[in-house]
Design a protein around this ligand. Structure first.
Ligand SMILES: *Cc1c(COP(=O)(O)O)cnc(C)c1O
Length: 386
């Protein structure tokens, strides 16, 4: 039997419909979009159609979409690009203490080069308080970067409220929306963002392609210098098959997002409720309501997340202990610590993220296996009060 996959926040399979859309662009329509004969023009046409689809998904204008190699590059170009372009205005950046490493590590890099970064705290649900953002702004603030949906605990941040504050203070506002785009409706004008990061492989597109939304008029130093591609905002020959795949995934998300979010929310809540009912000494991490439709994150007292993960793997269930990037290290999640969890509880956390191919039967299977695995591990645990 195929293992049950509950790690859609780490990556999603590329949808067969997306693969089908991409295939001709490897072989038949292989031209360089910058070439002005037919092969090139056809590739260019596909590129622009994909751009329109991605723009449409977030309510942007086509020319505000810059394709990148993924979410990490979008985050890096937003932060470093704004920092370098606005150095004469100030050196202060505001972010949160629960960002993805693509943002937090970039902030650390910038700190070493003379920028000052304020890492805002979050409450027990992982929410940033917009008032804290307001209070942190100084005359030197050039950028606010707060993620939209948290990849570990699923909490959805008050982006529109922060956008309003950023607008009034005339400070650029970036959001990492990698977990959110294609999963809940997004309109960049309502959010008041200048920059927004996306990644195709989190919405059933291929890996290695993403985009940065750059609001018209936003001053940004390009990340890659070279040719004139992407209106000189990112040199290198465009990843045409990847971008076409991203476009197809965006179009599919636009079509199916509403119903799919409803279906997943139902499964998500059934899984959460089932675990809380069946297992003692557990805690739901993240906000109970303001959360991504597909995210379940639970801490289990007296056991280690890694042990649960490995035992579930033996039972044919693939889950995560947090972000894919840290799951190989033994440090507890910085996100959970920032939310006030003890080291023990942070170590005992499990993330299950649902997706397009998750079924009710799979959720039932998890609800049957998980209590057994937890009981077994707790019986062996030195942490367990006997
Ligand atoms: C996956 C992810 C990224 C990185 O995207 P890549 O395309 O894998 O580089 C950035 N931010 C968040 C919130 C993510 O979940």
């Amino acid at each position: 039997m195929k293992p049950i996959y509950l790690d859609y926040a780490a990556t999603t399979p590329t949808h067969p419909e997306v693969v089908k859309a991409m295939l001709p662009y490897f072989t038949e329509v292989f031209g360089n979009p910058s070439s002005i004969y037919s092969y090139g023009l056809e590739a260019k046409e596909a590129l622009e159609q994909a751009r329109a689809k991605v723009a449409n998904l977030i309510g942007a204008r086509d020319e505000e979409i810059v394709f990148t190699s993924g979410g990490t590059e979008a985050d890096n170009s937003a932060l470093k690009g704004v920092a370098l372009a606005n150095e004469s205005k100030g050196n202060h950046i505001i972010t949160s203490s629960i960002e993805h490493h693509a943002v937090s590590e970039t902030c650390k890099f910038l700190e070493k080069r003379g920028f000052q970064v304020t890492y805002l705290p979050v409450d027990e649900y992982g929410l940033v308080n917009p008032e804290d953002v307001k209070k942190a702004i100084t005359v030197k603030t050039i950028l606010i970067s707060i993620m939209y949906g948290n990849n570990e605990v699923g909490t959805i941040e008050p982006i529109a409220e922060i956008g309003q504050i950023a607008k009034e203070a005339k400070v650029y506002f970036h959001t990492d929306a990698v977990q959110t785009v294609g999963h809940i409706p997004i309109a960049v004008d309502e959010l008041g963002v200048n920059l927004l990061s996306m990644s195709a492989h989190k919405l059933y597109g291929p890996k290695g392609v993403g985009a940065l939304y750059v609001r018209k008029g936003t001053r940004l130093v390009p990340f890659l210098h070279g040719g004139d591609q992407e209106k000189k905002r990112r040199a290198t020959t465009e990843n045409v098959p990847g971008i076409v795949g991203f476009g197809a995934a965006a179009e599919m998300a636009q079509r199916e997002m509403g119903q799919e979010a409803q279906r997943l929310t139902h499964l998500r809540d059934r899984l959460i409720k089932g675990i809380l009912e069946r297992i003692e000494d557990v805690r739901l991490n993240g906000h109970p309501k303001r959360r991504l439709p597909n995210n379940v994150n639970i801490s289990f007292n007296f056991v280690e997340g890694e042990s649960i993960l490995l035992n579930l793997d033996l039972e044919g269930i693939c889950v995560s202990t947090g972000s894919a990037c840290t799951s190989a290290s033994l440090e507890p999640s910085a996100v959970l610590l920032a939310m006030g969890l003890s080291h023990e509880l942070a170590h005992g956390s499990l993330r299950m993220t649902l997706g397009k191919w998750t079924t009710e039967e799979e959720i039932n299977q998890v609800l049957e296996v998980l209590p057994r695995v937890i009981a077994k591990l707790r019986a062996m645990s030195p942490l367990m009060k006997k």
